[in-house]
Design a protein around this ligand. Structure first.
Ligand code: ADP
Length: 613
């Protein structure tokens, strides 16, 4: 027998369980039955793939046994079992993505613990909410010996080989004394066990037996008439497949008859899954064929940008040993996926119109993922744009849809104006916004990293082109202003040419601006240049980019620019070179850019300030 230490994260989680942070302790049984059911699914699947496997899969089932005298409760399955390595890896450590984040948040105590638990299925460890010792005996089909694992949930566990372990896994809980004050019911009572299984695990497709009797109805929810399934049943099923302890925000059912029959039961989450933006995060839905579980995380049925959608698709006409390769090539599967995506998007759309508050919360949780679809899913681009919301200068605290933006567009306004940046403050204070603000145009404020990408790929919404206020020429002038500006441009012509040659290392053009009202200068990109934020992102990813020269725009009404113009006319040159550099530096700083040589800039400013004394 060996005694091993739990990994430190595992220890922390166990402490949480022992001190019962979650008030509904009954759920431990759901977790054990859910694990057993997964183990049976895996064994059946394995027996399809490996015809030579010598295991009996005729009577796969889950048995619950209780012993009131010994105060034990056992959940046993004859499923896939675990090898000794599996036990150490799966039970002794927490390898799940998101765990580290979960524990970090817990330490910060930013949110209440039960909120956090909601995002994180705790699985097997929840046994320690009700037991002071847990014994697990398991055997993997190909292993000669079984394994016995035991722990009191403190810092260590023991593990040893056993000779006579039956196929599968049994988990025995040595229950804490039942105690009404602590609201710990007597889990050895058959009526209590029956009640919990009925409430949480009725839909499990394998038989759950208690005293020789089957206590679950085993009806697949998606195969029952919608009118007969209660909200609570949907919620429990959702928890089973998603490991999210919250109820789903929306339940979506679909049914297709005809040549390719299938049923789908999909869920939108209330909270973003922990792993939404993790590289190895889970994606895709579960695939069943005629009620038989085939695979988890079937990414072929749900595009990556909808990875927060959980659920089941049950197809009637697939072979039971269908592989991912086949799925990828199957035309019927692709058609099915297309219909699923449309249905999900239309469900989000109706959420938006019928439950605006729920939609707003949903958007704040998963919007950044959904927007990835603007890049990857051409066919549904318009449908995605319709369900997007954005921050805007129209309101400080609520988001706007594009349709609402368009309805507020000013007479003669042709573009949907936007600006990307690191934060709302940075965007609002940017010199690029001045003229738009002065003229009362609404500007969308886009601060998600993904925004930098899709704005280059999506040309228009509802026939109205998107226009960055920091790129290209922003055409806001009236005819009168235009001719006045042309006259100014002619007047400033020599200065602009001279400045362009002074700053040629950094800018490709110097011109007068129609977007500035109070700042002296700003830098802008050409319509197809990448933005400074995107440039920073690429650099952060270690990507080398060629130096990007942008355009310096001057505000001809600003005293600094006027003064420069006058001095230039009077024939001065040497001192003006410093002023030109100074203006460029100010423009860079104003948009949150970085100076190539800060100490030189400081010297220029100090010299300039000295001269005014
Ligand atoms: P989760 O089920 O969320 O992955 P658990 O802590 O409940 O997390 O279980 C960890 C892992 O241990 C499971 O993913 C599974 O691989 C394995 N496991 C747990 N219970 C069983 C069981 N009854 N039979 C086989 N494997 C199991």
């Amino acid at each position: 027998m060996e005694t091993l230490a739990f990994q430190s994260e595992a220890r922390q989680l166990l402490q949480l369980m022992i001190h019962s942070i979650y008030s509904n302790k009954d759920t431990f049984l759901r977790e054990l039955v859910s694990n057993a059911s997964d183990a049976l699914d895996k064994l059946r699947l394995e027996s399809f793939r490996d015809k030579d496997m010598k295991v009996d899969v005729d009577d796969l089932h889950i048995v619950i046994e209780s012993d009131p005298a010994e105060r034990t409760l056992t959940v046993r399955d004859n499923g896939i079992g675990m090898t000794r390595e599996d036990v150490v890896r799966l039970i002794g450590t927490i390898a799940k993505s998101g765990t580290a984040e979960f524990l970090r948040q817990l330490k910060d105590q930013q949110s209440s613990t039960s909120d956090l638990i909601g995002q994180f299925g705790i699985g097997f460890y929840s046994s320690f909410m009700v037991a002071d010792k847990v014994t697990l005996v398991t055997r993997f089909p190909h292993a000669e010996k079984g394994v016995r694992w035991e722990s009191t949930g403190e810092s260590t566990y023991t593990i040893e080989d056993v000779d006579d372990a039956p196929q599968g896994t049994s988990v025995t809980l040595h229950l804490k004394p039942s105690d009404d004050e602590d609201r710990l019911p007597d889990y050895t009572e058959p009526a209590k066990i029956r009640e919990i299984v009925k409430r949480y695990s009725d839909f499990i497709t394998w038989p759950v037996r208690l005293g020789g009797e089957e206590i679950n109805s085993r009806k697949a929810l998606w195969a029952r008439p919608a009118s007969e399934v209660t909200e609570e049943e949907y919620s429990e099923f959702y928890r089973h497949i998603s490991h999210d302890w919250n109820a789903p925000l929306e339940t979506i059912r679909m049914q297709a008859e005809g040549t390719f029959e299938y049923q789908a039961l999909l869920f939108l989450p209330t909270q973003a899954p922990m792993d939404l933006f993790m590289r190895d995060g889970k994606r895709g839905v579960q695939l069943y064929v005629k009620r038989v579980f085939i695979m988890d995380d079937c990414a072929e049925l749900m595009p990556e940008y909808l990875r927060f959608v959980k659920g089941v698709v049950d197809a009637a006409d697939l072979s039971l040993n269908v592989s991912r390769e086949i799925l990828q090539q199957d035309r019927q599967i692709q058609l099915m996926r297309r219909r699923l995506v449309k249905k999900v998007l239309s469900s989000i759309k109706s959420l938006q119109s019928s439950r605006p508050d729920d939609y707003a919360k949903f958007w704040s949780e998963v919007g950044a993922a959904l927007k990835e679809g603007l890049l990857s899913d051409h066919d549904n681009r318009d449908a995605i744009l319709e369900v997007c919301s954005f921050a805007s200068t129209h309101s400080e605290d609520s988001l706007t849809t594009l349709a609402d933006y368009v309805s507020r567009m000013k007479e003669g306004q042709e573009h949907i104006y936007f600006m990307t940046g690191d934060s709302r403050t940075a965007v609002e204070h940017s010199p690029h916004m001045e003229a738009l603000r002065a003229k009362g145009f609404e500007v969308l404020i886009l601060t998600d990293p993904i925004d930098e990408m899709w704005v280059d790929a999506v040309p228009a919404f509802d026939g109205k082109p998107f226009q960055s206020v920091a790129k290209g020429q922003v055409d806001l002038e009236t005819e009168e202003e235009k001719s006045a500006n042309e006259a100014k441009a002619a007047e400033f012509g020599d200065l602009l040419t001279w400045m362009a040659s002074q700053l040629e290392e950094n800018v490709k053009e110097v011109r007068l601006s129609s977007r500035l009202t109070t700042s002296p200068a700003c830098v802008v990109g050409d319509a197809h240049d990448i933005t400074p934020t995107l440039e920073k992102m690429y650099k952060a990813m270690g990507q080398e980019l060629p130096k990007i020269k942008r355009i310096l725009e001057l505000n001809p009404t600003h005293p600094l620019v006027e003064g420069l113009h006058k001095a230039f006319g009077a024939g001065e040159r040497d001192a003006l070179a410093d002023t030109a550099e100074l203006l460029y530096g100010l423009a860079l700083l104003a948009e949150g850019g970085e100076l190539a040589d800060p100490s030189r800039f400081v010297k220029l400013v100090a010299d300039r300030v000295q001269r005014t004394f």
